[in-house]
Design a protein around this ligand. Structure first.
Ligand code: GDP
Ligand code: MG
Length: 205
């Protein structure tokens, strides 16, 4: 049993719906005409996966994405990132690759990325087809979800997927480190004493 803290960040163009995605997930609330966030906000949610307790810290920008003034501390240590665009605004979709480069430049190289097309409730105003989102995600080799922070469709599944994948990745890394350490100790055989007789002459290989 271990305790793990996962920093999850949301990034994407201003007004793509990041704050509302978090609100919907954390408190099942949607705010019509919400104002830009003031000050970086961090929300947390705790889970148990298998025997491990997970503290997910979900970070929201303070609207600095609007002025390109997000600092590297926002990205630092993130284990997962949701990269959000608005399916009704092409400009938000066109900025995705730039945001992904920024994440890669400033976060852990193992950060787990998911592309998120938000506002899928506004079907009549849609300008980015679901297939276009899928295609970009395939090109970038990352996961993809369409969601609506308004109706809540896709939100639970999105966070479940992200947290499960981050958990799997971290667990695997933890185990592979443990394996490497074991492998580094030469000649370990089960049921044999680890300390060899110092008087014994080593056979040449
Ligand atoms: P942020 O700047 O990325 O944090 O975006 P906000 O969460 O503040 O949302 C910007 C605007 O889009 C607000 O007026 C929200 O009410 C609206 N909005 C956010 N998500 C959705 C959604 O899924 N559907 C609809 N119809 N509007 C949304
Ligand atoms: Mg916001």
């Amino acid at each position: 049993m271990s305790e793990m803290i996962f920093k999850i960040i949301l990034i994407g163009d201003s007004s793509s719906g990041k704050t509302n995605i978090i609100n919907k997930y954390i408190s099942n609330k949607f705010i019509e005409n919400s104002q830009p966030t003031i000050g970086v906000e961090m929300f947390s949610k705790d889970f148990m996966i298998d025997d491990d307790s997970i503290h997910a810290q979900i970070w929201d920008t303070a609207g600095q994405e609007k002025y390109n003034t997000l600092t590297s501390s926002y990205y630092r240590g993130a284990k997962g990132a949701l990269v959000v665009y608005d399916v009704t605004q092409k400009a938000t979709f066109d900025k995705i690759e730039r945001f992904i480069d920024e994440i890669k430049d400033n976060s852990d190289k193992n950060v787990f990325l998911v592309l998120v097309g938000n506002k899928c409730d506004l079907e009549e105003n849609r300008v980015i087809l679901k297939e276009e989102g899928e295609k970009l995600a395939q090109k970038l080799k990352i996961g993809f979800f369409e969601v609506s922070a308004k109706t809540g469709v896709g939100i639970e599944n999105l966070f479940k997927y992200l947290i499960d994948e981050v958990y799997k990745k971290n667990n695997r890394e933890f185990k592979s480190v443990a394996t490497i350490e074991m492998d580094d100790i030469p000649n370990i055989k089960l049921n044999q004493p680890l300390i060899t007789n110092p008087g014994q002459k080593k056979k040449c290989c």
